[in-house]
Design a protein around this ligand. Sequence first.
Ligand code: ATP
Ligand code: MG
Length: 448
Amino acid sequence: MIRLRYLNPWFWMRKTLPRTLFARSLLIIVVPALLVQIVTTIVFVDNHWRKVSSRLAFALAGEISIMVQEMEEGRDRARFEDLKRYASQSLDLLVTFEPNRELIPGIETSGTWEPFTAEALSHALEQQVRKPYSIALDPDDEWINIGIQMDQGILRVFALERRIFSSSAYIFLMWLVGSSIILFAIAVIFMRNQIRPILRLAVAAERFGVGRDIAHFKPEGAREVRTAARAFLDMHERIKRQMEQRTAMLAGISHDLRTPLTRMKLALAIMPENDDTHALKSDVSDMERMINSYLDFVRGEEKESAQRVDLVNIFDKFMHTVQRSGKNMTVKFDGDTSIIVRPIAFERALQNIVSNAEKYGDMIDVSIVNHGDLMDIVIDDDGPGLDEKYYDDVFKPFFRVDASRSIDSGSVGLGLPIAQDIILAHGGRIWLDQSPSGGLRACIQLPV
Ligand SMILES: Nc1ncnc2c1ncn2[C@@H]1O[C@H](COP(=O)(O)OP(=O)(O)OP(=O)(O)O)[C@@H](O)[C@H]1O
Ligand SMILES: [Mg+2]
């Protein structure tokens, strides 16, 4: 059965129209211009050029017809010689007579314009000479060969082609094509310049989306594009301010808490060891870890320059820590595992994921595959896994599935959000899935 949408002309239009704004705008300019030119050409060739050709052909046929009449009246040699001289001097025609010859009537032409000219000439000869005739018209030869069947032979007339060929059509078409090419080139340059600011805006929005700097972006171009760019910059400013406020507040709190915490640690250190102080010490170290997490989170935007690092080295480091805690970890890889990243931040992102896997499972399997333009990093664990409905929530700051239990271990629910921030800032993506080994699978994809 034919699907209904295949019958919809809009569907075909959408499918066949070019996708880019540049190509579409050019189409809007070029198609009407082309249509106007085609119509003009048809009207011109059909009307003007045919008329001019037929007038010129009539003039030539008239001259030939006078010669034919003259010859039919006189018929002596001297008279023909007079006629010949007169024709070559005044009419630009070369005339010969081939006695006792039979003419094969017909028209022989080739080339683009010659058939039109020959047609006009044959029409004129039929009307004015009214005798069997032949025409040979060749684009390489500037002479037209016209034969007229007389009673005692053939009257052959050679006329210059330009006598009946109107070159205005030629010139007209040259102008048409030439000016079209020039106009098209100008249109291309202008359209490019119009579209460039839109492209710049798109690039800036994309960069901002992945957390990159857009300091060099300036509104430019047509008024509408400028308005959109200014609106985008305002939005960018607002979001940046909000982010900065949030960051500053969190950083302030964490910083201020550190000082009393350090004092508490000092006080605890000089207290005698007993169960109470032991519990207090453990609470203080949990608090310290939590505060460090907050600081890590707000420090995400810190400037660090990108470097090439080898992922296998990073995971090897993790493997040692994991093994020290009595758990297992394997790392498999395919292709070049080096990648350009901000090393400290990137290692922190991976660390957060690996430490989750270590916390919930006993076995961690890492696989790294380089696809040429993308790098896939998959981290599996054999823990209890996570209900699918939490896959998005766990990336929100301070979200923990089992808040009451995990708070004991000093976790705050910032591990995955920090990891996501960092991965996004590298232009990558991170998502969760079910692991074949039963636990949770974290997938990271990065541009190489
Ligand atoms: N590998 C995993 N297996 C099962 N649940 C997980 C796993 N990783 C994360 N989770 C769930 O997602 C929640 C959020 O993880 P996230 O790393 O953001 O915070 P956290 O580990 O609780 O605290 P933090 O990492 O800040 O110390 C965790 O509380 C946990 O419930
Ligand atoms: Mg965590």
